[in-house]
Design a protein around this ligand. Sequence first.
Ligand SMILES: Nc1ncnc2c1ncn2[C@@H]1O[C@H](COP(=O)(O)OP(=O)(O)OP(=O)(O)O)[C@@H](O)[C@H]1O
Length: 258
Amino acid sequence: MKNVAIEMKNVSRKFVSPTGKITLALRDFSLTVHEGDFIAIVGPTGCGKSTTLGMITGLNPPSSGSVKVFGKSVQGIDPNIGFVFQADAVFPWKSVIDNVAIGPIFRGTDPKIAHDMAADWIRRVGLTGFEHHYPHQLSGGMRKRVALAQTFINEPKILLMDEPFSALDVQTRALMQEELLGLWSEKKASVIFVTHDIEEAIALADRVIVLSKGPGSVKSSYEIPLARPRDISEARYSDEFVHLSKQIWSDLKDEVQI
Ligand SMILES: Nc1ncnc2c1ncn2[C@@H]1O[C@H](COP(=O)(O)OP(=O)(O)OP(=O)(O)O)[C@@H](O)[C@H]1O
């Protein structure tokens, strides 16, 4: 049995606005993620998906319930956790290689070694030749590759991804999904991937969690039995994939109806 990486038990999260308005973002939310699991979370807008990730990072403590990472209550930022968000988190004034090397340098690695490590990760994400370009000289997909290299170089044990590919065009997005699975399969971090796209969730994950509309709680959970390593472009057209998409959409559509 694999070890538990993330455990959220009966978590609720309330926000109070400056005018005193109370929003209950999550209610009685429980989730267990084992080492090496790839979990996708889908749910209607405002149901608490980003709030969930924020609680795992320690940026956003729960109002009640418990959040544990590798068996310990979350207290502050954990260096085992990497993030990739929708917006590019690259530094515009730094070159690609300096952006990718920043994590190891920050942790005290000799800059020469950090740059060698960065060059290797730049090769792995297919950006060799662009080491000395700046982010504004790259396409959206290339910037996302820089963000992946910048995250994977730190070898996070947990990877939290909040709609990381949603700003990309359909083709680049499909390529990035394949690349993410390739990178993930080497080290098998535990991943929580938030998306609005049901097909993206099924294509990537071992398990897809559907959240109810806010205050969010787990509405349903689907094991994804597609084989690994996964050829997403093939798997998308299988009967199994289409059947799962229909089931998950039928759950989700009740939550998004206005
Ligand atoms: N800092 C905050 N202060 C007040 N309310 C907040 C705060 N952060 C989130 N909320 C509220 O909590 C609820 C959940 O927000 P959250 O961003 O987690 O949803 P989400 O599912 O990620 O949404 P989306 O899919 O639109 O990104 C929303 O009603 C939001 O307005």
